[in-house]
Design a binder for this molecule. Sequence first.
Ligand code: GH3
Ligand code: MG
Length: 422
Amino acid sequence: MPTLLHVDRSRFFQKIISELAVQKSFTYLSAQTAEEAFSLLRENRVDYIISSKELDKSTGEEFIKELNNSPHKEVPVIVISSDESQATQEKFYTLGIVNYLQKSEVTVDRLSRYLDQVLDNNPIMEDLKKASFAVVDDSQVSLSAVANILNHQGILNVSTFSNPLDLLRETRSFDVYFVDIILPHMSGEELVLELRQRHPHSIIFAISAITNIKTIIHILGSGADDFIIKPFEAPLAMARLKNSFRTMKALQLLAAQKEELQRLATHDGLTGAFNHRWVLERLEEEREKAKRYHRRLSILIIDIDHFKTVNDTQGHLMGDEILRRFVHLVHKEIREVDILGRYGGDEFILVMPETGIKEGMILADRIRLSLEKTVFEGLDKPVTLSGGVLEYDGQGVTEMIKQADERLYKAKKQGRNKIIAE
Ligand code: GH3
Ligand code: MG
């Protein structure tokens, strides 16, 4: 059961908060002085502190300062006070409190939401704790308040900016941005637009004391994921943040899955080369380009020599390994624009845009030599290949493949480990 320590001399608030604690299944501890509070802190594991601004013998401010220098400095503190001055609030936020509530604002319902946060073991929190945050606000009070709220949730990677231009000068990107909409040098809306453009997958929260519906609609339209009204209601902000974060995670997962599906649809599972269908589509495209722009284009069809024998004597796993290593070595030899596909079995096709027969022949021979030189543990003979090179000359894709295949067949007949280009 979590424990709530209430430091207050007011009997009225003792009654309210003890009732609340019971309702929320918290253990309720009450102290009237800082001294009593520390004695309770030493004897109990306390999860939350609610302190009055005025205490017996000392002040809430002194108590919190002492708390910050004690082993209990991580315990979140809410201050309740009748003092409405901005300067006082600022002083307390600077001390690291999570919230400052006016006595008139204290309701069981409101406090109850704060306590819910402590009980929250949402798994999304673990991801949020690892995320990076940027908070932009020209008010030091707001910056401290947001940073404190996040810190108390275990979110420690928080950078604060009082000038939006400093944030725009940052080279690193953040997972989450909190942007005040009234800023010096530029409007929050401009900043949101710019951030959204630069970081399409980050979460952007606009924050402001402005509650005008039009303003809110506008800022959401600029690319903010959500809008939070100041003064910051920590539990509400956290709940919305978790929701946005969950959506962001789901979108990231979807994007990764899409990428994987795309890879599976276009690549050969064993070797990572493009698959039969994909390489033929690309060849058709390249043929179109060569035809239209009068560019050169060559293809190379390769088949591993005596591959069946390797499989039969060394097993299929060795065969698989050879195919994978072969693709790896080809990728090292070719250019970015070249397209290597597995035609089927031990047969591969290499599409070489902007390449004539001579250069195609040179590349093919480099690949042939590279495979021949590769040492496979367990094999006493080098693995070799035969190939046929063909330069596009107005014929269709099927004809190109047929002609290259004939050259490959010639290479086989002439003793293998050979490239034929005519
Ligand atoms: P040649 O020099 O005439 O090409 O002789 P070869 O033994 O290589 O004959 P061929 O190219 O017709 O044989 C292809 C063999 O490749 C047949 C099959 O056992 C093997 N093979 C096809 N796909 C795979 C694969 O994914 N893994 C393994 N290990 N072997 C494969
Ligand atoms: Mg073969």
